[in-house]
Design a protein around this ligand. Structure first.
Ligand SMILES: O=C(O)CCC(=O)C(=O)O
Ligand SMILES: [Fe+2]
Length: 314
C-alpha cells in the first residue's frame, strides 16, 4: 500500500471546494478522520509559517531553550511592508509587531510565577491579529464543526497551538497518542475534534503526521509503571497493533486533517527530511457535554456558530 498517497484512502479524502460539511462530518463520525483538500488559504499559511519560525527563534534566544509548541499568536508577526493578510478583528500586523514585543514578555515569564509563559497569551487571545484563526474561520471548518457536533461548540485558546518540527528537534516530537488522553482517561470525555493544519508542505521532505485512519472507541494503554496524567500511549503496543496500517500523507499547506479524540497519531519524521515544518492545531469541543477538563480552561474562548466570548478570560 502507498502509505503517503491520498489515493490509498479515497473515502476519507474530501475537497473543501466541492464536498459538503455534512459528508465530511459523517467521515469523522464513522472513520474518526477526514482529510480536507484546499481547506485554508495557502498564502496565509506560508506567511504564518515564516512568522512561527521567526517568533520561535526570538523566543528561544530569550529563554535559552528550543521550543516547538507555542500559543497560536506565534503565527502573527509584522515582517516588512504592508502585509495584507486578514486579521481576526481588522487590527494591523504593523501595529502588533510580534508576540514578544506586544506582550512585553521577558525571560522571567518562562521560569517564575506559574512557570508557564503561555498563560498570558492564552488569556489575551482576543488582542492578537490571529491570522490562523481568521483563516480557519473563513474556511469550511466552522460548518464542519457544527455539522459534526449537531450544535454549538467552542475552542479555547489554550487548547490550540502552533508547532515547529525539525529533524534536529526530533527529541521534541510526538510519539503515538490520542489527543485529550493527558486530560482524562475516561472515554466519555473524548468528544473533541482536532484540526491539524500544516503551514508548510509536510510529510515528504519536512516532518508530517502519521495516523491510524480507522475509527477507534477506546483509549490505548500508557506505558507500564507510568502514572497519569500522561499523553503518550505505549509505543510497542501501538507499533504491533497499528504498524502496517498507518498512513502518513504528503500534505501541502492549505490542506488540513480533522480527527476525533480517539484517533491514534504521531509526528512523522524520517532521516531524509531536511526541511522544517510549522503547523497549527485547533481543538474544538461541544458546548453541551463538554468534558470537565475543558470547562475548567480559563482562556479566551470562541464559540461556533461564530461568537466571540470574552467573559471566560480573566
Ligand atoms: O504536529 C505534530 O507533529 C503532532 C501534532 C499532534 O499531535 C496534534 O496536532 O494533535
Ligand atoms: Fe496530537
Amino acid at each position: 500500500m502507498n502509505r503517503s498517497g491520498l489515493e490509498s484512502h479515497p473515502d476519507i479524502v474530501f475537497d473543501a471546494a466541492r464536498d459538503s460539511p455534512a459528508a465530511i462530518a459523517e467521515s469523522i463520525r464513522t472513520r474518526g478522520i477526514a482529510y480536507l483538500k484546499n481547506a485554508v488559504n495557502r498564502d496565509t499559511a506560508a506567511f504564518c509559517a515564516n512568522s512561527v519560525a521567526a517568533n520561535a527563534r526570538d523566543l528561544s534566544a530569550m529563554i535559552g531553550k528550543d521550543v516547538n509548541d507555542m500559543p497560536l499568536c506565534f503565527a502573527d508577526r509584522h515582517t516588512e511592508g504592508d502585509e495584507e493578510y486578514a486579521t481576526l478583528f481588522g487590527n494591523r500586523l504593523s501595529d502588533f509587531k510580534d508576540p514578544l514585543t506586544f506582550s512585553g514578555m521577558n525571560p522571567s515569564w518562562y521560569y517564575e510565577g506559574l512557570r508557564n509563559y503561555k498563560i498570558w497569551f492564552w488569556r489575551n487571545g482576543n488582542h492578537f491579529p490571529n491570522l490562523v484563526l481568521r483563516a480557519a474561520f473563513d474556511s469550511i471548518l466552522p460548518s464542519v464543526y457544527t455539522a459534526y457536533f449537531g450544535g454549538e461548540c467552542f475552542t479555547s485558546y489554550e487548547s490550540n497551538c502552533v508547532r515547529y518540527q525539525r529533524p534536529d528537534l526530533q527529541y521534541l516530537s510526538y510519539f503515538f497518542h490520542q489527543d485529550s488522553s493527558y486530560h482524562s482517561r475516561d472515554p466519555k470525555d473524548h468528544v473533541g475534534l482536532t484540526t491539524w493544519m500544516p503551514l508548510t508542505d509536510a510529510g515528504k521532505d519536512a516532518p508530517g503526521l502519521q495516523v491510524y485512519p480507522y475509527k477507534l472507541h477506546e483509549l490505548l494503554p500508557i506505558p507500564e509503571g507510568i502514572e497519569p496524567p500522561y499523553l503518550f500511549a505505549d509505543e510497542a503496543y501501538c507499533s504491533a497493533r497499528f504498524g502496517d496500517t498507518l498512513w502518513a500523507p504528503a500534505i501541502p499547506a492549505g490542506d488540513v486533517i480533522v480527527f476525533d479524540n480517539f484517533c491514534v497519531h504521531r509526528t512523522f519524521i524520517t532521516a531524509t527530511m531536511t526541511r522544517e515544518r510549522q503547523s497549527a492545531d485547533l481543538r474544538v469541543f461541544p458546548v453541551r457535554g463538554a468534558p470537565d477538563f475543558a470547562r475548567r480552561w480559563n482562556s479566551w474562548t470562541v464559540t461556533f456558530p461564530l461568537q466571540f466570548e470574552l467573559n471566560r478570560a480573566k
